[in-house]
Ligand binder design. Structure first.
Ligand code: HEC
Length: 192
């Protein structure tokens, strides 16, 4: 017991000694921990409107929204004019759920304010192949940034083709998911 305590004491002493070792930035030791936060907060608030749009732009480019919701985006390695971004796509996704089309998000968001989008995107449940689970997992800050970026593009383009129920054959272009004879689970759309 005593030996364990001694070991723990030695460990604690070593830890505190290493924390006191001279660092590359000696000012760190002297400065109170709150200082950087106190300085950063007003600066971020001042930049907020611009940063939100830039962050949203980054997110729709890197989290896949453009890949599906912008016609030709993936095929052209992202070299699509911004005027067409997120205006939906005529590429159908066919499977046991029927055929879905990535809708025109600029028209979807035209109907919403920020609070509505935050609620909607946190609870969205769609049919495949939309990764709705990933959108729901995104932080509120990220979803807010996407909202401001998509709003900054303005409403544009036309609605994407309408959903086709199972059994209706889509016109090309479409991607088809072929599953084993026994589907693993039924898909129940539950949009809110
Ligand atoms: C793999 C393709 C794919 C990706 C990636 C994708 N979506 Fe979708 N999305 C779809 C499809 C297809 C639908 C239509 C689903 C349906 O009909 O139920 C959809 C539907 C939606 C809807 C519902 C819109 C409406 O008007 O009903 C929203 C909102 C949405 N996606 C946002 C996003 C965002 C934001 C991202 C990026 C984080 C994203 N999607 C990434 C394919 C995709």
């Amino acid at each position: 017991m005593n030996t364990i305590r001694t070991h723990l004491l030695v460990l604690a002493l070593l830890a505190s000694l290493s924390a006191c070792q001279p660092s590359a930035e000696p000012s760190m030791a002297a400065a109170p921990a709150e200082q950087p936060t106190a300085v950063a907060a007003p600066a971020m608030a001042a930049r907020e409107p611009v940063d939100l749009v830039a962050r949203g732009d980054y997110l729709v480019r890197t989290t896949g929204c453009n890949d599906c919701h912008t016609a030709g985006y993936a095929e052209q390695q992202g070299q699509v004019d911004r005027a067409q971004w997120l205006t939906g796509s005529p590429l159908g996704y066919t499977g046991p759920w029927g055929t879905t089309y990535a809708p025109n998000l600029r028209l979807t968001l035209a109907e919403m304010d920020e609070a509505q989008w935050l609620h909607y995107s946190a609870h969205l449940r769609t049919r495949p192949i939309m990764p709705d689970f990933a959108l729901r997992e995104m932080s509120e800050d990220d979803r807010r940034a996407m909202f401001h970026f998509i709003k900054s593009l303005g409403p544009g383009g036309a609605p994407a083709p309408a959903y086709l129920p199972p059994g209706q054959k889509p016109q090309p272009p479409y991607m088809a998911l072929v599953l084993p004879a026994q589907p693993i689970a039924a898909v129940t759309p539950d949009q809110n």
